[in-house]
Design a protein around this ligand. Structure first.
Ligand code: PLP
Length: 417
């Protein structure tokens, strides 16, 4: 079968929810993927920030195989060791609290919405404030929470109880709180809208606002978590004084954090950590998930944490992220408006006037992503003007240099396309 055959087969049998690029992959190893015709690509998308330790990492593959031969699944009516071990790991990294496991980011966020409703129920509050240009998932509540009209179109009426305010604007959120408000939800670094980190003052101000008005503060870490920014959580990186002194949890701690994507290295998993004293609000019968926290997924996540610690990948993400950002900036390309981000979560925003990236019905970002495919580099568009670099946390400096060269070549060729 060729890529063309496969694309034809998809057109007959797959619901066309994605505008897919004309690539079909069969194999991966480390930071590389190979397509059906045997062409090699450097993967700076990793799904979308999912394959956090690269493709086919032997430690992850071995852990999955071993667990698959032991116990893949039992119902959440029972207890299993991997689920307890993974919850213990998350609590040790985040603070005193408890965890709920699901299978995706949207589902992890759904647990946050239900937590907010339960929290506010007795005082008649149910509203959640989220931010403009945010992204929180594709379920009905997820698109209601998301601050982008394009995901909501055609699915009205929206789930009630979400309002959006400008991101990084403390005044706007202070003004928006009403006696109906139960919670505030932000991304530590907005991903889908083009890599926009929260400012330290915004985070501190939100914590104070939530304390003063007795609101829950939620951080959606689905894309920006799992060490991608150089620390486990992006807020830890944003608030750190220096890399050697982790921010004390007393200065800033959300009331709950949602996680997914990279947490199990590509095995589906969503997770929520809820801080005490709110961790028992969702009691027996109030929420659940058939597949949440299976021994297989939890073992995979534990193996990913193990690799990240053993191979010091938080530091690698920090240092190679800084390096990548500075190398792309120093290209001084007239086509690049800004390079921003934290660690290995980097956005390259394009100028709006690049002639060959101005095609009716296509965004400049998706056209550049397509052109980078010709150069053997996978990246992810974000918004209309930005491409995201989300490589594995274990990339090497040589791979970073290779990616920068490919971006440079693709933009240099721009007038020739
Ligand atoms: N939250 C954020 C910040 C995301 O970036 C995403 C996915 O891109 C989601 C939630 C939804 O995650 P999932 O696609 O696993 O449901």
């Amino acid at each position: 079968m060729t890529t063309t055959d496969l694309i034809e087969s998809f057109s007959h049998s797959i619901v066309p929810t994605y505008a897919r690029f004309p690539l079909a992959f069969v194999r991966g190893k480390g930071s590389r993927l190979w397509d059906m015709e045997g062409r090699e690509y450097l993967d700076f998308g990793t799904g979308i920030a999912v394959c956090s330790i690269g493709h086919a990492h032997p430690a992850l593959a071995e852990a999955i195989a071993r667990q698959a031969q032991t116990l893949i699944h039992t119902s959440n009516f029972y207890h299993t060791e991997p689920q307890a071990a993974l919850a213990g790991k998350l609590v040790s990294l985040l603070g005193p609290g408890k965890c709920f496991f699901a299978n995706s980011g949207a589902e992890a966020n759904e647990a946050l919405y239900k937590l907010a409703r339960k929290f506010g129920h007795d005082s008649g509050r149910h509203e959640i404030l989220t931010t403009l240009n945010s992204f929180h998932g594709r379920t009905l509540a997820g698109i209601a929470a998301t601050g982008q009209d394009k995901v909501k179109k055609g699915f009205e009426p929206a789930v009630e109880g979400f309002r959006h305010v400008s991101f990084n604007d403390l005044n706007a959120v202070q003004q928006a709180v009403t006696d109906q408000t139960a919670a505030i939800l932000i991304e530590g670094v907005q991903g889908e809208s083009g890599i926009h980190p929260a400012s330290p003052d915004y985070l501190r101000g939100l914590r104070k606002l939530c304390d003063d008005r007795r609101l829950l503060l939620f951080v959606d870490s689905v894309q920006c978590g799992m060490f991608r920014t150089g620390r486990f959580q992006s807020y830890q990186r944003i608030l750190e004084v220096n890399s050697a002194s982790p921010v004390p949890s007393s200065e800033f701690l959300p009331d709950a954090v949602s996680m997914a994507k990279g947490i199990a290295g590509g095995v589906p998993m969503g997770a929520v950590w809820i801080r005490q004293p709110y961790a028992d609000l969702l009691g027996p019968g109030t929420h659940g998930s058939t597949f949440g926290g299976t021994p297989l997924a939890c073992t995979a996540a534990l193996a990913v944490f193990d690799v990240i610690e053993r191979e010091k990948l938080a530091d690698n993400a920090r240092h190679l992220g800084d390096y990548l950002k500075s190398q792309i900036t120093s290209l001084r390309s007239p086509h690049i408006r800004e390079v921003r981000g934290l660690g290995l979560m980097i956005g390259v925003e394009l100028q709006s006037n690049i002639p060959s990236l101005s095609v009716e019905g296509k965004t400049p970002a998706s056209l550049l992503v397509l052109r980078l495919h010709e150069h053997g580099l996978l990246t992810i568009p974000a918004g209309n003007q930005t491409i995201r670099l989300l490589p594995p946390l274990n990339i090497t400096r040589a791979e970073a240099d290779e990616a920068v060269q490919k971006v440079c070549n693709a933009l240099q060729n721009e007038s020739g396309h």
